[in-house]
Design a protein around this ligand. Structure first.
Ligand SMILES: [Zn+2]
Ligand SMILES: [Zn+2]
Length: 270
């Protein structure tokens, strides 16, 4: 695999107020969700060294506004089709945009990238996570799900896992949210907690020690980056994995770039 085709991934924003991830392989890139402004997406692409014309598609996980707020202006500016299942395209108001239906569980090739979606459990019409492959590497992106389902199975082949760590359960229960909202978040169609993320991350890093985990979609009220990180790293270390493999995708700004070539170099040192 040439360095030019290596998989690169960056979270441009992650959290309950806006989500967007960019995945690139060679000349091809795609966005997962567009829950931030056009300006923020363009700035994030430029800062990552990805030209606008490289973006082949905008994938949607579900229709909630923290994933679709910037969709119309971003899709128009980039001239890229929106990809999602039929129900999500309709619910997101994307049917009038250039689009492509990817039914849940189906796969698609976009230039150097291969992708497939999988169903998750969330209070939207037909929510999904995505597996994106470029060359020999694979990123699994899964936020906004109330239960892990078969996620640990899907994560087994992940080189990078973007994994929801929405809330600390005690902090949520003691916090200011109304009871109904607390029940929604904790329910089967809500969001994954730090504890759930810790279990998934531990299993992945034991199975695949070279993988990287980004904790994503953190709540501003019911979590903090240091709390999420401490909870997950503690459990990973207890399970015998490398806690340094876990980091947080920041809210409201781009995070670090994950680069398959660098990961390979890191691994080759051992
Ligand atoms: Zn969300
Ligand atoms: Zn949601």
């Amino acid at each position: 695999m040439g360095v030019g085709k290596r998989l690169r991934v960056r979270s441009l924003a992650s959290g309950s107020n806006g989500n967007c991830v960019v995945v690139q392989s060679g000349e091809d890139a795609l966005l997962i969700d567009a829950g931030i402004s056009r300006r923020a997406v363009l700035a994030g692409l430029a800062a990552t060294g990805i030209p606008e014309h490289a973006v082949r598609a905008i994938l949607l996980t579900h229709e909630h506004s923290d994933h679709t707020r910037g969709l119309l202006p971003v899709a128009r500016r980039l001239g890229a089709p929106v990809i999602a299942n039929r129900a999500t395209l309709a619910a997101a108001g994307a049917c009038d945009l250039e689009h492509c239906v990817l039914e849940t569980g189906a796969t698609l090739e976009l230039g150097a990238l291969r992708l497939c979606s999988f169903g998750v459990s969330h209070d939207s019409v037909e929510p999904v996570g995505y597996v994106v492959e470029g060359g020999a590497h694979r990123v699994v992106c899964c936020t906004d799900t109330g239960v892990p389902g078969d996620l640990s199975e899907r994560l087994k082949e992940a080189d990078l896992a973007i994994l929801e760590a929405n809330h600390d359960i005690d902090r949520l229960l003691a916090g200011p949210y109304p009871e109904r909202l607390k029940r929604r978040i904790l329910g089967d169609a809500g969001h994954l907690s730090n504890a759930a993320a810790a279990e998934l991350a531990s299993a992945l890093l034991l199975h695949r020690p070279g993988a990287q985990v980004w904790l994503a979609h953190l709540s501003a009220i019911n979590n903090t980056p240091s709390l999420a990180l401490a909870t997950v790293r503690r459990q990973v270390a207890m399970a015998g994995g490398d806690p340094e493999r876990v980091t947080v995708a920041p809210r409201g700004r781009p995070g670090p770039i994950w680069d398959a070539a660098e990961t390979w170099r890191q691994l080759s040192l051992f």
